[in-house]
Design a protein around this ligand. Structure first.
Ligand SMILES: Cc1ncc(COP(=O)(O)O)c(C=O)c1O
Ligand SMILES: [Zn+2]
Length: 406
């Protein structure tokens, strides 16, 4: 395991590989640092390919040792070409990264797998989080698989499917009468009092690294090539930034060549503090979310500035997508690709459409859109499409409704 320390992103102070949420000197966010020489010596395309079909094939690029026994493996999800949608949009090549294929149907299984491995190493028996829904599902399932307790804090008015898909694993749910940002503040306060492992508080540096595996997999599944652009949603901004970091690390290690893809970020208009900061050039200002994209409803994004910097450094952009377009995009994705995504990928598709409208993406580009979560968790938004033809159990009657003479 070549991680050597945690380092502050702001003042660069280093800390040991312990559960430390923020820099003790300046409260800046922390990232693991690695022995790159060791990685260059030992990590090859072949050594990765010989690993398991999960995020743990990249264990040498992650800040924790892989679990001794792989329970409920996350990652190594399909990357599929979406020819009908690429034709409809006018994009050269469009690939969908189907993170709906994870155990709890979102990319959050990746980040939780890494954080939980650290929690187990530390001997913790409870994993906990604040969540906009998907993270709660992933924490609850991981705890069940590993024999840990799970406690989650979610806004009380979340989609019921997401709360049920947490409760089923036996997790304790605090349905907080407030926003996600209230839940987040509560977990920080509680983390001083309880010996639970809060995956997105004191284990955040480990947790966030799990999203690098999305970048690793995209490159490996394209035959160790980098796409021209990747479109991904932004809530806290962690995943968006870490996908880019994943590509940069592959370049640094000589596992791929070329330049990092342009990173195009997506937020819903009703909660778009990062898109606004990108557009105005000002600092990210917290907002009170009001959006149907509940999984992205973080008004005070912890890694918002990093996401803006990532979009700029990669030559990409960040767009706010109209609330009306979100439901339309759930249908567009489903009807042209066979993929039923939740609101987050629908927002992501909106940013892709905007980038095409502006001529930023087009016929010469190979683009990957990350489908981070599953539409079966937010079915209410498309319930209006359910309009079946009710019939008696009689084939002649069915033929009659079809206008076929018998
Ligand atoms: C489906 C889905 N996509 C994207 C995100 C955004 O992730 P991040 O907070 O790392 O920006 C979330 C976060 O909850 C999510 O649930
Ligand atoms: Zn610092």
């Amino acid at each position: 395991m070549p991680a050597t320390a945690l380092r502050c992103r702001v003042c660069e102070t280093q800390f040991p590989l312990e559960p430390i949420g923020v820099c003790a000197r300046c409260f800046g966010p922390l990232d693991p640092v690695y022995d790159r020489d060791e990685q260059r010596r030992t990590v090859t395309r072949e050594s990765i390919a010989a690993g398991p079909q999960s995020i743990w094939r990249y264990a040498s690029l992650l800040p924790v040792a892989p679990p001794r026994e792989a329970r409920l493996p996350a990652g190594w999800t399909p990357l599929i070409r979406a020819r009908r949608l690429e034709d409809a949009l006018g994009v050269g090549e469009l690939w969908l990264k189907l993170d709906t294929a994870n155990p709890t149907h979102s990319f959050k299984d990746r980040v939780v797998a890494v954080a939980a491995a650290k929690a187990i190493e530390l001997g913790r028996t409870t994993i906990a989080c604040s969540s906009t829904g998907n993270l709660a599902n992933a924490v609850a399932a991981r705890a069940a698989a590993e024999g840990l307790e799970a406690v989650v804090l979610c806004p009380a008015d979340l989609e019921p499917e997401k709360l049920i898909a947490t409760a089923v694993y036996g997790a304790k749910i605090f349905a907080v009468e407030g926003s996600y940002d209230d839940c987040s503040r509560l977990t920080v306060e509680l983390s001083f009092e309880l010996d639970w492992a809060f995956v997105n508080v004191e284990l955040r540096a480990y947790y966030a690294e799990g999203s690098k595996t999305l970048g690793f997999e995209i490159a490996e599944q394209l035959g160790w090539e980098l796409p021209d652009a990747v479109v991904a949603p932004i809530a806290s901004g962690a995943m968006f930034s870490k996908v880019h970091q994943g590509f940069s690390e592959l370049l640094e290690l000589g596992l791929v060549s070329g330049t990092t893809p342009r990173l195009i970020g997506a937020q819903a208009e009703g909660c778009s503090p990062v898109a606004t900061a990108f557009a105005t050039g000002e600092k990210v200002k917290p907002v009170r979310p009001s959006t149907i994209a509940r999984s992205l409803a973080i008004g005070s994004p912890a890694d918002g500035e990093l996401a803006v910097a990532t979009a700029r450094a990669s030559g990409g952009s960040i767009y706010a997508v109209a609330e009306d377009e979100i439901v339309e995009n759930i249908s567009l994705l489903a009807e042209t690709t066979g993929v039923f995504g939740e609101t987050a990928p629908a927002v992501t598709l909106g940013a892709l459409r905007e980038a095409v409208r502006r001529g930023e993406l087009g016929a010469n580009d190979r683009v990957v859109l990350i489908v981070t979560g599953d539409g079966l968790k937010t079915p209410g938004l498309v319930a209006h499409k359910l309009d079946p033809t009710v019939v008696e159990p009689d084939a002649d009657l069915i033929l009659e409704t079809l206008g076929v003479a018998v």
